[in-house]
Design a protein around this ligand. Structure first.
Ligand code: SF4
Ligand code: SF4
Length: 288
């Protein structure tokens, strides 16, 4: 199994465009969209889902108004300010509730039950070059790291069932726990960065994180021509640190046009400079 994760310091760096391009170059490919808080790769790959499953993220407090005596004690105890008085009635905000269970313990009339939060979903589908697992974390719900694990486990199951060896993982931005879940056990990590000081800083942070997992790292500088001075700084730093810069993609507005048309840039404008560079990056990563 060959698991390749594509990461970036923040959203909008070009990570998903690169993932989409890889997913549409390679045949018999399994794609795992692990950016569960802001999944959008499915908008380009348009998978036909054959399975939709619930994902329990935790529990939320729920009041039984038949027995509640409206004493307001739960309002005072909730540290997350999830309980308030609305039109004279004690009300819990589902989005603010952290699921800590304290209110259910202190309620004198035992009127608060904890109910499972099951509004998040994960999906398995077929897309034009293979299969795709993706997910949608319901707003305000947590445990994105656990949902990433579900996405990755199911991508691996497909790999075992089909014998297809390549899994492309579109990772979440940043360096949080969902990123750790996306990187663990992969073979290669591609860090997509932009030529800005903050992009450079974020790239260093991710590389530091990835280095803890003994995963081979590569750097791609997207829109490198928007600031060649910082691009050169990034490249020189990578040379010093012995991290291969395997591609520099020039700014191309057609990448966004391709996405709007539900295609990757290599499908939309295969002859463009951006596509040629991405194909070259692909060949380096897959040793094609
Ligand atoms: S503590 Fe219990 S009884 Fe009191 S307002 Fe809250 S839910 Fe109602
Ligand atoms: S479970 Fe915790 S966070 Fe949720 S309403 Fe009760 S006290 Fe507040």
């Amino acid at each position: 199994m060959n698991e390749i994760v594509i990461l970036s310091g923040k959203g909008g760096t070009g990570k998903t465009s690169l993932s989409a391009a890889f997913a549409t170059i390679r045949n018999n490919c399994i794609v795992a969209d692990c950016d569960v808080d802001g999944a959008d790769l499915h908008l380009i790959l348009q998978p036909e889902n054959y399975s939709i499953e619930k994902f329990i993220t935790g529990h939320k407090a729920n009041i039984n108004y038949d027995t509640c005596i409206n004493c307001g004690l739960c309002i005072d105890y909730c540290r997350f300010d999830a309980i308030s008085l609305k039109n004279g009635q004690v009300t819990i905000s589902e989005i603010s509730c952290d699921g800590c269970k304290l209110c259910s313990r202190i309620c004198p009339s035992k009127s608060i039950q904890m109910i499972p939060s099951d509004k998040s979903r994960w999906f398995a589908g077929n897309y034009r070059n293979g299969r795709m697992i993706h997910a949608r974390l319901y707003p305000g719900e947590e445990n994105s790291g656990k949902l990433v694990n579900v996405v990755r486990e199911n991508a691996r199951k497909i790999s075992q069932e089909t014998g297809w060896e390549t899994i492309i993982i579109d990772g979440p931005p940043g360096t949080g726990c969902a990123v750790i879940s996306s990187v663990t056990g992969t073979n290669k990590a591609i860090i997509v960065t932009e030529p800005t000081n903050s992009g450079f800083h974020d790239m260093k942070r991710i590389l530091e994180l990835v280095s803890n997992f003994k995963v081979q790292s590569f750097v791609v500088i997207n829109k490198f021509d928007l600031n060649e001075c910082i691009s050169n700084k990034i490249e020189n730093w990578c040379v010093e640190m012995n991290i291969p810069v395997i591609g520099k993609i020039a700014f191309d507005a057609q990448i966004v046009t391709a996405m709007i048309n539900c295609q990757s840039i290599v499908e939309w404008k295969p002859e463009s400079e951006a596509s040629k560079e991405i194909i070259s990056i692909y060949k380096t990563i897959f040793n094609d």
